[in-house]
Each structure stands twice: as C-alpha cells, then as structure tokens.
Write a protein that binds this ligand. Structure first.
Ligand code: SF4
Ligand code: MG
Length: 324
C-alpha cells in the first residue's frame, strides 16, 4: 500500500513562564521526537496516559499546531513548515474527529446543515446534488435522512459522533486523526462507533491515526500501536506484537491494567505503576520512565535508551530489552 503519512523526529515544545513576571524560561516538551509511517488503509493507534503528548502529536500532524522541528509528509508532500495558504487545499485531505462532537457542532444548526457545510466550504457539491450527498452520508454513518432537520441537542452522544464522522468523511479525506473518539460514550455504543469507523475505512481506503488511553478500544481497531510516554515512543509494533509479546516495562504495565476480553491477549506479567506521569516540562533524565519503572538500573537514570527496531519492525526503547 502507498505511504500516506511519513513522520520523522517530530517535536512540539511550548514555552511556559515559570512565574507571573518572569520571561519564558522553560518549555513543555509535549512531543519530543516521534517517528512513524502510516500506509493507505492502515490504522496506527497512539496510546498512553493523559498528558503523554498524544493529543498534541495529533494536532501537530494535522498542522493545527506548528511543529517545533521535524518532518511531516502527507502523500509525499512536506507539510511540516508550510503556511496557511498552502495548507488550505490540503485541509480537505486530513480531518479530525474529537472526543466531544458536541463541542464542534453548532447548536443552532441542524445536523443536516452540519454535514452539508464541509461539502459547500470545499465546493464539492451544491443544490440537489448537495442534498443527495448529505443523504448518502447519513445512510453511510447509520443515521436516517429524516433526522437531518434535527438539532445536535436532540441526539445522543453516539449519534452526534456519527454526525462528526459524516462531516469528516464528506470531503473524502485520505487521513483522519481521531482523538479519543469513543471515550465519552457508553461501552455498548463504543463498539458500534468503532465498527462504523472500520467499515468506512475499508470502503474508502482511509488511513487512521487513532489516539486513545484505552487499550481495550485500541485492540478493536488498530493494525499497529505506538505506546507513548512523556513525548516519546516507548514501543511500536503490530497489534499482535504489542498484546502478545510486549517488551517495554511501560507497555506491560499498561496491559496488566486492562481487562481484555481475549485471555490470550492478557499479559502474564503484572507490573503496577507507582505515581503519576512526571511533568513534560522537566522530563526525567536518561530513560524518561525510570522514575516509575520497577526494573530501573543506574544506567537508566543517565542514558537515554534509543528506540531500537527488530527484524519484524517491532521497536522498543529500553536498555534491558534485547533480541526481541
Ligand atoms: Fe525501565 Fe530502564 Fe527500561 Fe527505562 S530503560 S524502561 S527505566 S529498565
Ligand atoms: Mg488528550
């Protein structure tokens, strides 16, 4: 499959003031050097605890934020440093779905108008063709065309997320970044929305970057998984590699905390994490995970473990892991 997204050593740092009268003296290193490729039709999940930088990564890749450094290529085109004028036509190719669709829907506009909006903005359809398109999109996401005249507040969270999905795919994007798209929904509805996204993806050869803290959800949809900790990737692998053969102590800790339906996927090793994620403005030296890692050695405090890639593409950043 062709390469959709090529990200190399991407960084996003924010300046922060340390006191009311101080000049900028520190930076939050929200994303601190991540690299990955995403192919057409593929789903990469970025998982990690809240505050690990995964949302910032998603927004930077979509160029809602300007990267501090690094490379972002969308279908071979370098978008890491271009201005708004170059980005505008590209915006159609990359869409975002957020956790709370209510926040991105205008409460005074019908959901039919909400789905029609991107089609008119990008001059894709007008007149009766527009109505037809909106109707098709409603059907595609499992809404009834009669519901078009309803307002957002009249619908459930799951239905509103269907509207958000219809809006995102209306412009036939090649890349959709979903940031915790089902975290606000009931468990029973989560699976419905995930299934819908997978159906649509298969249909239009969409590449998905799926950001989530929830490994049980990621297990349903991901082809590959990147485990993120304090702005960097701790481990990257196929879903099978991450669930059946996790190598990084952080991945093992995350896995041992999730009740997974398939017992074969449950990690045997129990690792319980102490404490919270440290501040990304002052990440720990050496391995960023050393303050919480039950296996940490002296070396871990001083030397940054490189993300080393094995034969299959499975990559791990830990001094103690070799020959995986
Ligand atoms: Fe733990 Fe050291 Fe491996 Fe980091 S490098 S995960 S601190 S063992
Ligand atoms: Mg977030």
């Amino acid at each position: 499959e062709p390469l959709r997204l090529h990200v190399r050593d991407l960084k996003k740092h924010y300046p922060i003031r340390t006191g009311v009268f101080s000049r900028v003296t520190n930076h939050v290193r929200a994303v601190d050097g991540i690299s990955f490729d995403l192919r057409a039709g593929e789903t990469l999940a970025i998982v990690g605890e809240s505050g690990c930088g995964k949302s910032t990564a998603g927004q930077t890749i979509l160029r809602l934020l300007r990267p501090t450094s690094g490379l972002i290529e969308l279908s071979g085109e370098d978008i890491s440093d271009c201005g708004e004028r170059t980005l505008r036509p590209l915006r159609q190719k990359m869409q975002m779905i957020f956790q709370d669709p209510y926040a991105s829907l205008n409460p005074r506009k019908t959901i039919g108008a909400a789905v029609a909006e991107p089609l008119t903005t990008h001059r894709i359809a007008s007149g009766s063709e527009l109505t037809d398109r909106v109707e098709q999109l409603f059907e595609k996401v499992g809404l009834r065309p009669e519901q078009m005249s309803g307002y957002p507040h009249q619908f459930s969270g799951g239905q509103r997320q269907r509207v958000a999905i219809a809006r995102a795919i209306a412009v036939q994007p090649s890349l959709v970044i979903c940031d915790e798209p089902v975290s606000a929904l009931d468990i029973s509805i989560q699976a419905q929305i995930i299934n819908l996204m997978m159906d649509i993806q298969a249909d239009i050869d969409l590449s998905l970057l799926f950001i989530s803290h929830d490994l049980a959800v990621v297990e349903l949809i991901a082809d590959r998984i990147a485990v993120m900790y304090l702005g960097v990737f701790a481990e990257v692998g196929t879903k099978e590699e991450i669930f059946r053969n996790p190598q990084h102590p952080y991945t093992k800790a995350l896995l041992s905390a999730v009740p997974l339906p398939d017992p074969k996927l449950r990690s045997r090793e129990k690792i319980v994490l102490a404490g919270d994620v440290p501040s990304p403005s002052n990440p720990p030296s050496g391995c960023r995970f050393h303050t919480r890692c039950p296996l940490a050695k002296d070396k871990c405090r001083n030397i940054v473990p490189p993300l080393r890639t094995g034969k299959t593409g499975h990559a791990v950043a830990c001094h103690l892991v070799e020959g995986f």
